[in-house]
Design a protein around this ligand. Structure first.
Ligand code: GUN
Length: 281
């Protein structure tokens, strides 16, 4: 029997827990605020930013919007980040990526105070993850751990194969699985025998950005498959990096697209924001 991991339901439960926590904190006179910065008006970014603000409203987190024109200079953006770092009423700072080409993303990420870096992108937070110290963790991989835990899937001792090595998903994912005592293999575009390695995975996490790339030939019978990809297919339907129809029947559990990993990312962002307020204000 295949379990379809319901990210919509699990993220809703998480958001409801946070909503109750934020209400209790408000009762104790503490409120939570996320600064949301968008530079330019990339339509996909606008959708993501809109969904993040909606989640804030649902949970009771104030979202403070900074919609800056495409021509904003790096210096102007750094100044805004500097002001928000100093503002005690702001607990989290989210600068939606990608930024326009003339702004160096690394400079902006480094400028955000690690204590307000609710995306978990700052080198200090990434370093903390590597050596197992307290810090914010990138939301998509953190959300995948939450999905696995809340689905009662054992990670300890399992062989986990992560396909993809981005700073936002693949690398932190591998580190988190290691922290959970999995044996971890990371594959990427230069990996020679991808199919054979994937086929050894007890837990296969796919973040390669290629629609329906992984078919059943990559999957061991009974494996858990987590699909991070999201694409608009030629048939105009949303699909992941995994060919769901071909793979699902061979797994013990799988995340669908949409409604799997996606909704968890925003829920974990909200969790990080509440955490930032509790820890550092
Ligand atoms: N762009 C795509 N995903 C993300 C994310 O998780 N955080 C930010 N800041 N930008 C993104």
């Amino acid at each position: 029997m295949t379990e379809i991991i319901n990210g919509k339901e699990i993220s809703a439960a998480l958001k409801d827990d946070l909503k109750a926590e934020v209400a209790a904190l408000k009762g104790a006179g503490k409120s939570c605020c996320l600064a949301v910065i968008q530079v330019g008006c990339d339509p996909a970014s606008s959708v993501y930013v809109g969904n993040k603000k909606k989640a804030c409203a649902y949970i009771g987190i104030e979202s403070r919007s900074y919609e800056l024109p495409e021509e904003t200079s790096e210096e102007e953006l750094l100044n805004l980040v500097g002001q928000l770092n100093k503002d005690d009423s702001v607990h989290g700072i989210l600068c939606q990526l990608p930024l326009p080409k003339h702004i160096c993303e690394d400079h902006i990420i480094k400028a955000i105070s690690p204590h307000k870096d609710v995306d978990g992108f700052h080198p200090q937070n990434v370093g903390a993850l590597v050596i197992g110290q307290q810090g914010f963790v990138s939301c998509t991989p953190a959300g995948i751990i939450e999905l696995l835990h809340r689905s009662n899937i054992t990670i300890d001792g399992k062989h986990c194969v992560v396909v993809g090595r981005s700073n936002i998903v693949g690398k932190p994912m591998a580190l988190l699985m290691l922290r959970e005592n999995a044996t971890v293999t990371v594959c990427h575009s230069h990996t020679k025998n991808l199919k054979e390695i994937c086929k050894e995975a007890d837990i296969l996490i796919v973040a390669i950005g290629k629609p329906r790339f992984i078919n059943h030939e990559y999957v061991k019978e009974g494996a858990v498959v987590i699909d991070v990809g999201i694409h608009r297919g030629e048939d105009n339907k949303l699909c992941g990096d995994v060919d769901y129809e071909d793979v699902a029947g061979h797994t013990s559990a799988i995340t669908p697209v949409p409604g799997g990993v996606g909704p968890m990312t925003i829920a974990m962002l909200m969790k990080n924001c509440v955490e930032a307020m509790k820890l550092y204000s």
